[in-house]
Design a protein around this ligand. Structure first.
Ligand SMILES: Nc1nc2c(ncn2[C@@H]2O[C@H](COP(=O)(O)OP(=O)(O)OP(=O)(O)O)[C@@H](O)[C@H]2O)c(=O)[nH]1
Ligand SMILES: [Mg+2]
Length: 206
């Protein structure tokens, strides 16, 4: 679509969907995207299977080798671009490129392999990119409470933990709304702390 000038073009907001191998990132992006998602699925090779053990995800036959891409139009001025990251260790170098300009991230936690979300959590914490953890509840797997997940992953109290089903559009949309709410709260808190300068620096303290 061509716009008369740049001011007419909608503001694009970039959000990442990250997490461990097989956590449901491609499924999530596909469920919420209003367009046919772009995915880069390839058959799992022996090389990849050696590096990323398949325990818990034995039924998996393909993996994302670059990214997933989806889009959600929020209103006539705002469009959300969703980027799913690759999960296999050997493609993690792409995360750096993918996170450029990102507003925030959803880290999917797989209830079968909770610890697999550590690297994504660590990645966003180190870069100061706001994120929430969404527990993708696979069928017939143990259901952790959000507090159990917070403790297990070592998340601070400021990081929201929500439950989701990556296959369902409604669940994915609620998850993204939680992320946006979290980012807005964080940014409001930051601007409050930078604008609330003391009235006088002459406190008499030494
Ligand atoms: N039962 C169930 N299956 C799911 C759920 N989410 C994803 N799946 C299935 O799990 C498999 C793996 O999901 P993907 O979306 O490919 O996972 P991914 O995180 O993109 O995987 P990588 O890109 O390889 O890291 C697919 O066959 C999905 O249909 C879920 O919430 N419940
Ligand atoms: Mg994928």
């Amino acid at each position: 679509m061509a716009y008369a000038n740049d001011c007419d073009a909608p503001v694009t907001l970039k959000v990442l969907v990250a997490g461990g191998f097989g956590a449901g990132k491609t499924t999530f992006v596909g469920a919420v995207s209003e367009i046919e998602p772009l995915s880069t699925e390839e058959l799992l090779s022996d090389l990849g299977a050696g590096a990323d053990p398949l325990h818990g995800v034995e039924a998996k036959t393909t993996t994302t080798v670059a990214l997933d891409f989806g889009r959600i139009t929020l209103d006539d001025r705002h469009v959300l671009y969703l980027f799913g990251t690759p999960g296999q260790h050997r493609f993690w170098f792409l995360w750096e490129e993918l996170c450029a300009g990102a507003l925030g991230a959803v880290v999917l936690a797989d209830t079968r392999r909770l610890a697999d979300c550590f690297p994504a959590v660590d990645f966003f914490e180190r870069r100061g990119i706001g994120f929430i953890v969404a527990v993708n509840e696979f069928d017939s797997c143990h259901r952790y409470t959000p507090e159990e997940v917070r403790d297990a992953v070592g998340l601070g109290p400021e990081v929201p933990v929500v439950r989701c089903d990556a296959r369902l559009t409604g669940s994915g949309t609620v998850t993204l709304a939680s992320l946006v709410r979290h980012l807005l709260c964080t940014s409001a808190a930051r601007s409050m702390s930078t604008t609330s300068t003391p009235l006088s620096t002459d406190s008499g303290e030494t």
